[in-house]
Each structure stands twice: as structure tokens, then as C-alpha cells.
Design a protein around this ligand. Sequence first.
Ligand SMILES: NC(=O)c1ccc[n+]([C@@H]2O[C@H](COP(=O)([O-])OP(=O)(O)OC[C@H]3O[C@@H](n4cnc5c(N)ncnc54)[C@H](O)[C@@H]3O)[C@@H](O)[C@H]2O)c1
Length: 353
Amino acid sequence: MRVGLIGAGRIGAVHAQSLAGDPRVRRVDVVDADPDRGRRVAEAVGGHVADSVDALLDDAPDAVVVATPTHTHADLVVRFAARGIPVLCEKPVFADLATARRVAAQVREIGTPVQVAFQRRFDPGYLRGYEAVRSGAVGQLRRMHLVTADPEPPPAAYVAVSGGIHRDCQIHDFDVLRWISGREVVEVYATGANRGAGYIGAAGDADEAVAVLTLDDGTLATMQASRYNGAGYDVRMELAGSSATLAVGLDTRVPLRSVEPDAPPFAAAAWSGFLDRFAAAYRAEVAAFLGLVAASTAGSSTGLFGHCTVDDALQALLIAEAAATSRRERRPVLLAEVGNEIAPVVPVGTAAA
Ligand SMILES: NC(=O)c1ccc[n+]([C@@H]2O[C@H](COP(=O)([O-])OP(=O)(O)OC[C@H]3O[C@@H](n4cnc5c(N)ncnc54)[C@H](O)[C@@H]3O)[C@@H](O)[C@H]2O)c1
């Protein structure tokens, strides 16, 4: 396959490695608004440089990976999908709801496969959580707790176009909440605080956030997000059911310490960030995307396990919108207020393929 990569920044450089390391890919063409950066990443993986996005489009690669800043995604997804070129697009696909609805409708109509890069669906721990809910090991799922805490905030320029902590950071948790529970969110109550750099508050964003969510079967979820977690990169989930309580991410590198005298020891080095915590998941999601491309070429593009669609991403964004409204207006917000238009995801009881 010939695969294009648009955007060679933090996450684009990771995807370049995954693409170049996959035996199905014979050529990677990299394009970045900063030509030097594009060249460096292309050289690092033995790839080629495309002169521009237009040139890449005209070259008609077999697939494209979009890893540019969030506000550029919608346009790129529609342009490539409209030419029949499958797209793996970084999360979030869209920063605002009007664009989300337009793009989701266009992608549905065009029919070209588009996968959204929610890599937690390919993380071994989250996958086990998914399977435990479906196998019955958890019993009836009653409560979920989800944490995403970065050690340091992104730079001001990133924050300004990111859509804010709910749409940029907690969106991962909104996606896995739906994917793992198999249910839809009906109500969100979120609040936040600014305890760090002034540019975050100035962008209307929060650097600490918590939320309480109610799912359509009565399951309750709590969430925490931070841009300033001094102990390290902390991404975890707890699933509490009538039969068992399971923890995802409670490994030896979790930046969490027990003060109990007989607590088990943890490794000294906590996870430093998403690049090391999710290295295997990033590779697996690119591999799954290449599988999707191959399947679509063979005439079948549905049913691939873990595949996050643009409609799934729209639903995650609706939850983020409700959270942003809740934080701003200091009240619980029903999803029905922002629109809950997509059918539920994989029903509980469906086996993982
Ligand atoms: N899934 C994850 O865990 C994860 C992690 C980090 C970032 N992301 C997402 O990936 C996207 C990129 O984030 P990042 O941290 O890599 O950003 P970044 O700023 O490090 O990199 C973005 C790159 O895109 C280039 N660029 C900007 N506009 C362009 C355009 N129109 N055409 C071509 N190149 C363009 C920039 O020059 C830069 O090199 C964001 O949407 C972010 O939310 C996802």
C-alpha cells in the first residue's frame, strides 16, 4: 500500500513509525505545513515527502492518516474520503458541533471507510475491560470511574485550537465509556477549575475537570481530567459491577502510591506521557486501519473490531458539548439538549471478534 501522512508533529511522527514498520505498507508520503518537519519525519522512517496536501490528493494514495491540528481535520477527511481514499483521522475529528454534524452526514453518504484514532480501543487493558463486561465477569455494570491526567499542559497555541479539556482530553474517556458499557450517556454534570497557566483560562478552558455522568441503563460514571498531574501521566478506569470490580491501568508504572504499610511495591518510573503509555495501542490502531483498508479493497468494510466510526466520534463530541455547557452554566445537562441522534454502539452481549 501507498499511504499518505498529513501532519508530522508529536503524534504524526509516531504514526509514521507504525506505517513504515508495517509489512503491508510499501511507501509513506509525508506532508507537513512545516516542510522541514515533514522532511525530518519522512527521512527518519525511510519515507518520501509530498509537496502539498493537494499534490498528495492528486497522487491518490491507497489510504491517508490525518495528524494535523484538530481544526483542520474536517476538511481533510471530507476531501480524501470524497476521492474514495480511506482515512485514519486523529481525535477529535471536529472541534464544534455544527461541523461534526455536517462531516458525519457527508462521510455517511460518501461511504469511504473513515476510522477515528481513539487508541484506547486497542490498549490491552481497555480491551480486557471491554471483554469482561461482555463475558459477564463484571456482572451487571453499575459504576465506572475514568481518569485522564497529563503531567503538563499543551502549549498555548495548541490549547487555543484544541476545543478545550472536554473535547480534546476527556473525549477519549467519553469514547471508551460508550464503547465499553455499550450504553449511551443521558446526562452530564461537569465542573472545572483554573489553577495553572493563565493562557488556559484565557482560552475559556479549564486545567482541572471532573464530571458525573448517567447512562441510559442507570449505570453511573465519574470522571477526572487534569493538565497538571505532578505524579505523572495517569490514565485509568474502574469497572464496578454486581460480580467484580476491575481496574484498567493499575500497573506497576501507574503514578499512584498507597500509603498503607503493607502495600505492594510499584516501579520507580511512572508513565511520562501518552507516547510511552500508549505506544503499543498506537501501533495496533494503525495496523487495524490498514486491515480496514485491505478489507474495503476486498469489498467488506464493516464489522472490524475496535473500529471507531465518525458517528461514534460525533456521539463522543455530543457528550463533550454537554460537559462544556454544564461547566459553563453550572448545572446538569441532558444529552437530549445537545442532540442524541446516533443509535447505540455494540450492544452488551456481542462477542469481541
Ligand atoms: N490520540 C492521541 O492520543 C493523541 C495524542 C496527541 C495528539 N492527538 C491529536 O493529534 C492532532 C495533532 O496533535 P499533535 O500533538 O501531534 O500536534 P502538533 O502541533 O505536534 O503537530 C501538528 C503538525 O501538523 C502540521 N500542520 C498544521 N496544519 C497543517 C496542514 N493544514 N497541513 C499539513 N500539516 C499541517 C504542523 O506543522 C505540525 O507539524 C490533534 O488533533 C490532537 O488532538 C491525539
